[in-house]
Structure formats: structure tokens, C-alpha cells
Write a protein that binds this ligand. Structure first.
Ligand SMILES: [Zn+2]
Length: 321
């Protein structure tokens, strides 16, 4: 009996928990593949494998989108790519300089891939916060962060760029300041697919702590206008089919709007009280839309988001004439 229970537990954990990029590798279209991190916060058991990365195999080259959370995971991502293609890995494009998307960059430097990101990467890396964050990640991940270097991209783009893959091009652009001050999206015309980083999710709430929630809303509208048939987010499931993409994009947008409207209303009604906001926001959001309750990491992320949005709105109100 004990053995049976152990077996069942092992079975459950092996289904729900992808230990490595290779474990989670999925073919998404003829030439696009993805690896999918777990829907958790970073801890030593998941080794920081909490985000997604994708790669596109063109006629001549492989292009990779995001580098995962460590040198170790970056190397494992390269192994996953090598299991399906031996074409040169020419470019690594990083959607934004958050630890779970760029810490694997050194693995790609070692194989001479050209790394590309938005120029905000330089601003991020020159801020002492980047070093502090690295130290706190090291406390959590320990040996799993071995070999990880926080380094800038080879090429930094401002608003847009065309990447020439010789037999075709892909497009990189910043549609707005949203999740960070330097999010870029990547459009692959041949597949009508869009890599969106952390700007849109399926059944997850966005993290609003380091960008601009007001312009993020416009960002989502811009993405919808591009009419992709496949959206590849930095966390969670991929989104496919135009109608489904619009619905999911609008869910992310509505979450941001609801959060902003509730906090604005409270500021109007009771003045500035960040503790009230933090303590009551989860309940108020669920009252607004009960579906939020079922979204992964909703409570933790929403409390943190409310804190940041409170200060963002406070700043907006002070700046208004
Ligand atoms: Zn992020």
C-alpha cells in the first residue's frame, strides 16, 4: 500500500512538474518550439525554471527568444534545441531584462550567438538594484546559479529592428512601456506568430512592479491590432486563434484596469492609505470578477501589484495639473 501511495505521488509530481527545459519541450508549429517553466515563484526545487523560452528554426539558422533563469538552464535550453536541430544558433533575442528571461545569456555567448534586447537593458544593469537582486537570487538558488553572469546584450534596439535571416526576416519592436520600460515583441511573419514576453498571459496575472500600467493597456491594444494567430507568452500556456487571443489579451487588460480603478476610487474616497490597499485588494478584485480567484498566483501577485500601482497612481495624481 505504501509503495502504491509513493508511486502515485511520484506519478503526480512527474506529471505536474517539468524538471528541465527538455522535459517540457513542445513543437508548436512546423518551425517553432517552446519550453515551459512551472507556474511557481523561484525556489531551489524548481531551479528557477519558472518562465518559457521559444525558438524558431529558419532555413539557415535557429533564433532563440529568451534565455531562462540561469546559466545552467541556458545550457539545458541549448541541449533541448540541439535535440531537434543542428543549425547554427545565430541570435538570442531577450524580450525584457528580468532575471527569469535573461540570466541564461552566458550560455549563448559561449556558442557565439548574437544577443539582442531593448536598450533599457543597460539602464537596468547600471542600477545597483540589479546586483542586489542577483545576490538575493543566489541565496535562493545557490549552486544552481553557478556560472550565471549578468551581462548586457551585444545589440540594443530602441524602437524597432528587422533581423535578416537571409532567406526571410523577423521583426523586433517595442510597442510601448508596459511590463518594463524595455519590453520588445518579436513577429515571425512566416508563421504569423508573436513572442510577447510578459505583456499578455493565458490564465495568469501580469506583474506590474517595474513598468507602467497606464501605457501597458495601450500596449495590449497595439498587440491585438497585429492580428497574430499564435501568441507566445513568457509564462503559462501559448495562445492560439485570433478570437481566443483577443479574449485572453482583454482579460490581462481588464485585470490591469480593475486594479487601477479600484485603487483610484479608494484614494478618492479615503485618501492615501497603502496598507488599506494591500489588505483589501484581493477581496475587492474577486468581488469585481470572481474568475480572478482561479487564476494562478492571483493572491500573492495581486497584493504586490497593488502596492506598486498605488504609488504609480499617486505619482500620476501629483503630476496632473
Ligand atoms: Zn518579467
Amino acid at each position: 500500500m505504501v509503495n502504491l501511495i509513493t508511486f502515485v505521488i511520484l506519478l503526480i509530481s512527474s506529471i505536474s512538474y517539468a524538471k528541465s527545459p527538455s522535459d517540457s519541450l513542445k513543437k508548436l508549429t512546423e518551425n517553432i518550439y517552446g519550453v515551459f517553466g512551472v507556474p511557481q515563484q523561484v525556489n531551489s526545487e524548481n531551479r528557477g525554471f519558472i518562465s518559457n523560452a521559444y525558438f524558431y528554426i529558419s532555413n539557415k539558422y535557429v533564433v532563440v527568444f529568451d534565455a531562462l533563469s540561469s546559466y545552467e538552464l541556458g545550457k539545458e535550453l541549448i541541449s533541448a534545441i540541439r535535440s531537434v536541430s543542428d543549425k547554427p544558433i545565430k541570435y538570442l533575442i531577450i524580450t525584457h531584462y528580468h532575471t527569469d528571461h535573461f540570466y541564461g545569456i552566458q550560455a549563448f555567448k559561449e556558442i557565439n550567438a548574437t544577443t539582442i534586447a531593448h536598450k533599457w537593458a543597460y539602464e537596468y544593469l547600471s542600477d545597483p538594484y540589479a546586483t542586489q537582486f542577483f545576490k538575493s537570487r543566489k541565496k535562493v538558488l545557490g549552486k544552481h546559479l553557478k556560472g550565471t553572469k549578468i551581462i548586457p546584450p551585444d545589440i540594443a534596439i530602441d524602437s524597432e529592428a528587422i533581423i535578416n535571416l537571409e532567406t526571410e526576416v523577423i521583426e523586433v519592436k517595442q510597442v510601448c512601456k508596459g511590463h518594463t520600460k524595455g519590453d520588445i515583441i518579436i513577429y515571425i511573419p512566416k508563421e504569423n506568430a508573436l513572442v510577447v514576453g510578459d505583456l499578455i498571459f493565458d490564465e495568469r496575472v501580469p506583474f506590474l512592479g517595474s513598468g507602467n500600467s497606464k501605457s501597458w493597456i495601450k500596449c495590449i491594444d497595439e498587440i491585438i491590432k497585429l492580428k497574430p494567430k499564435l501568441v507566445l507568452p513568457g509564462h503559462g500556456n501559448i495562445l492560439s486563434g485570433q478570437e481566443n487571443i483577443i479574449n485572453k489579451a482583454n482579460f490581462t487588460k481588464q485585470y490591469i484596469l480593475d486594479l487601477r480603478n479600484i485603487i483610484k476610487r479608494w484614494i478618492d474616497e479615503f485618501g492615501y492609505d497603502v496598507d488599506y490597499v494591500k489588505n483589501n485588494i484581493v477581496k475587492a478584485m474577486i468581488e469585481k470578477n470572481p474568475k480572478y480567484k482561479n487564476v494562478k498566483l492571483f493572491e500573492t501577485v495581486t497584493r504586490t501589484n497593488a502596492y506598486y500601482i498605488y504609488f504609480e497612481i499617486e505619482k500620476e495624481l501629483f503630476m496632473e495639473p
